[in-house]
Design a protein around this ligand. Structure first.
Ligand code: PEP
Ligand code: MG
Length: 803
């Protein structure tokens, strides 16, 4: 008989639902387990408890799981991951409603139905209620006559209801508890839902057109009044905007940057003071933004370009997994879009919602997610293509751009190639894009978003490419080919520099080159302070190539290998052999010097399409770093096995990221011990185990970690963001994250004191390790190892020597 498992936030609720369901089975036997609540009174779900329930309910004929909302689904997915393959194959997570679905499933299971029949019954649990209540489809509502308030208003906005004003109307309409519909009375269009951006934009409402509004539901009147007020008052355009439409960092099909008009100058993205003004087209002014990677770059502007995408011809894995895949890609796209603090991107979020229903229908009809999404995008874009108004027609490119963004995430394809010759301009770069930059071709990078400790900034530094970040969205309007000069050490940049400007930048470049040359001549000498203290200066690396550059720059060790580069931008996790090959190549590049392999440090800030990551309101405070690895024990165990194998061949340190509690560290160590045991004979002699200190709680309780850590490495990028409550990639908070904050310095003091008591060495691998002002203070606290971008190793050794 098929077993049932009820996963629910509340134990009493689960019991009541089960009582109701068993009442319907009239005493026939049923295999049913409950995994609900954290205890009798505490709401929550627990993956371990769900796993036990699944095992108990597994009679061999299959198990159907009914869940309530939110984390119930995620915990059930995690529990599935923990099961043996054989059991997992018999389990199906059912999207049916908890109560109705459970009743239907119980009746079907008790009467001997198969697993798939039980799941289908449960999934259709709402059908009876829907047909009884006569729930109408959207088309019926929109096409039919309905009672409710209505009004007509002349649209006074000079841009009509073009994309951005349309987005404003949609946002207003969605804010009411009402179903709002619109039609263009002047052209005699049909009614469309006011909640759909693509439908509202395609009404073709121009200035002077009559817009008809009608609504039903509890707040119908308020909704109609509000839409009439904003549409009739010219209020559609936010202060500082010109209503010129929603745009994107991607270029139009002609390759020309689209005209985004003025975006409200400095306040548009909440960026740093004094950054770029409204129109940067060769204005020749000096602008100040975030210094991200030192060095001077002079070259023509080159915008990020998307590479063409191929849709693989693969069959659907089934509606449920394909829908889940699409939802994950949409969540990741939403995160990417909202990471750029610019109101114009709000329209893109609305477009995602518009495209979803058609894609979902296609998936339910048996098509795979990429094909379904692609078709939905094509059909909505075609609606724009068919319009007569040239401005609206051009908006098809926006639909395609946002559609492409999701498709790339679905396929694990890189978002855009970064092989630009000159100064690369982009809204932001993903870690994979930044890691793929070629210093031979890209002279410099100028980003609209980000801060000096954002992942993109760190990676430009790693690649040794001068970069300025947080420059504001206006940089996206600079036409391709415009000459740009930037100084990544000071954060200064000029679009269209004069001859005098160019001479100044060139002088700075030549002075920096002299300093660099002097440092390079001593790169292979140890870094010893004038007091005779030797400091190991290592490199932070994110690729085998970085390892070679680091070795050539005299790095004493690899103080941080960001292993996520092996995991990013691909459809599935790398297997053990692939990881061994990469870690071995890094160790070989370091020729016997120590290599510190940090275990996977991903999360919804660096999403991986193949590890289910729920949308999180605060990704940096979410399931990230070691938390994510512990939540995916199979992936973690494989990485530890690969590391343990390489540790038999070379001196390797394992470092766990974002450790918060001693229990996490102990669990990670147990898994590492298991991995070492799987490689055969005892523990490799050169293997060391340590942790990053990036969470203030870990710094403050360092003494409790010392029994389990052979070294600490301070991740000042994260430690600073968590201490100052200032997200590291947020350009508006750049000043909070700059330099060594006194509060962070006190945490480092506390850590070093506790570490010294137990003779545990302390390193710093965050970006402050290369900060000339911060280094003396860090060494005074007791830090004895620094790890920095490969190209900066010689300069940091010089900094140490000057102390
Ligand atoms: C840090 O947080 O300082 C660190 C080195 O880790 P990452 O920048 O990779 O988060
Ligand atoms: Mg970190």
């Amino acid at each position: 008989m098929v077993g049932l498992v009820v996963v629910c936030h509340s134990r009493p609720l689960a019991r009541a639902a089960v009582a109701l369901a068993t009442e319907m089975t009239r005493g026939r036997p049923l295999t049913l387990e409950i995994a609900a609540g954290l205890d009798e009174d505490t709401y929550g779900t627990d993956a371990a408890a769900i796993m036990e329930a699944l095992i108990a309910a597994d009679t061999g004929d299959g198990v159907v799981v009914l869940m309530d909302l939110g984390s119930a689904v995620l915990s059930a997915e995690t529990a599935l991951e923990l099961l043996d393959d054989e059991v997992r194959e018999r389990v199906v997570l059912c999207p049916g409603p908890l109560v109705e679905g459970l009743v239907a499933a119980a009746v079907a299971a008790a009467s001997g139905a198969s697993r798939d029949e039980v799941a289908a019954e449960a999934a259709a649990g709402l059908a009876g209620k829907e047909s009884h209540l006569g729930v109408p489809s959207e088309d019926q509502i929109i096409g039919g006559t309905r009672e409710g308030p209505s009004a007509t208003v002349e649209v006074t906005d000079p841009h009509g209801l073009h994309a951005r004003p349309a987005a404003r109307v949609v946002t207003e309409a969605r804010s009411f508890d009402a179903r709002v519909e619109l039609r263009n009375a002047t052209t005699g269009s049909g009614w469309v839902s006011a909640s759909s951006l693509s439908k509202v934009a395609t009404l073709g409402v121009l200035q002077g057109h009559e817009l008809e509004v009608r609504a039903s539901g509890p707040q119908a009147q308020e909704a109609v009044d509000r839409i009439v007020a904003v549409a009739g008052s010219g209020e559609l355009i936010e202060p500082g905007g010109d209503g010129s439409g929603f745009s994107t960092e991607q270029r139009s099909s002609t390759g020309e940057p689209r005209d985004r008009g003025s975006l409200g100058e400095n306040e548009a993205g909440g960026g740093p003071q004094g950054r770029a003004g409204a129109d940067l087209r060769a204005d020749g002014a000096r602008h100040q933004a975030g210094p991200a990677s030192p060095g001077v770059a002079i070259g023509p502007a080159a915008h990020l370009r998307a590479a063409p995408l191929d849709l693989p011809d693969l069959p659907s894995l089934g509606a449920e997994p394909e829908l889940r895949r699409l939802e994950q890609a949409l969540d990741a796209a939403r995160r990417e879009i909202t990471s750029i603090p610019d109101p114009i991107f709000d329209a893109h979020l609305l477009l995602l919602d518009d495209l979803l229903p058609e894609a979902r229908t296609r998936i339910e009809q048996g098509a795979p997610a990429p094909q379904s999404w692609h078709r939905a995008v094509s059909s909505v874009a075609a609606q724009f293509d068919a319009l007569t108004d040239p401005y609206l027609r051009a908006r098809a490119a926006d639909v395609r751009a946002v559609g492409d963004q999701v498709l790339r995430l679905l396929l694990g394809a890189p978002a855009a190639t970064t092989t630009a010759d000159g100064v690369l301009l982009a809204a932001d770069l993903t870690p994979a894009q930044a890691a793929a930059l070629d210093p031979a071709r890209t002279a410099g990078v100028l980003l609209a978003a980000g801060s000096p400790t954002s992942h993109a900034a760190i990676l430009t530094r790693t690649r040794g490419i001068p970069a300025v970040v947080g420059a504001g969205p206006q940089v996206l309007d600079v036409p391709d080919g415009t000459l740009i000069a930037l100084d990544g050490g000071s954060g200064t940049f000029v679009v269209g520099p004069s001859g005098t400007d160019l001479a100044t930048f060139r002088a700075a470049a030549s002075q920096q080159a002299t300093v660099r040359e002097a440092a390079r001549s001593l790169a292979f000498e140890p870094a010893v302070t004038s007091a005779g203290v030797e400091i190991a200066v290592g490199a932070n690396i994110g690729s085998v190539e970085d390892a070679r550059v680091a070795a050539a720059n005299g790095a004493d060790l690899a103080g941080l290998v960001r292993t996520e580069f092996v995991f990013l931008d691909r459809a599935g996790a790398p297997d053990v052999d692939e990881q061994v090959a990469v870690y071995r190549a890094i160790a070989e590049a370091f020729g016997g010097r120590r290599v510190t392999l940090r275990t996977l440090d991903a999360g919804s800030d660096k999403p991986l399409p193949y590890l289910p990551a729920p949308a999180e309101a605060n990704p940096f405070l979410g399931v990230r770093g070691l938390r994510l690895s512990l939540a995916h024990p199979r992936v973690f165990a494989e990485q530890l096995l690969a590391i343990a194998r390489v540790a038999r061949e070379a001196p390797v340190s394992v470092m766990f990221p974002m450790v918060t509690t001693v229990d996490e560290l102990r669990r990670a160590r147990v898994m590492l011990d298991e991995a070492v045991a799987r490689t055969g004979s005892g523990r490799p002699a050169g293997l060391r185990v340590g942790m990053m200190v990036e969470v203030p709680a870990a710094a403050l309780r360092a003494a409790e970690f010392t029994p389990y850590a052979e070294f600490f490495s301070v991740g000042t990028n994260d430690l600073t963001q968590y201490t100052l409550a200032a997200e590291r990639g947020n350009a508006a908070l750049m000043s909070l994250s700059a330099g060594l904050d006194p509060a962070v310095a006190r945490l480092v003091d506390e850590l070093c004191r506790a570490a010294a008591a137990d003779r545990v060495p302390v390193a710093v691998c965050g970006e402050l390790a290369a900060d000339e002002q911060a280094v003396p203070r860090l060494l005074a606290a007791g830090v004895r190892q620094l790890s920095v971008a490969p190209a900066l190793v010689p300069l940091v050794k010089q900094t140490v020597r000057a102390i």
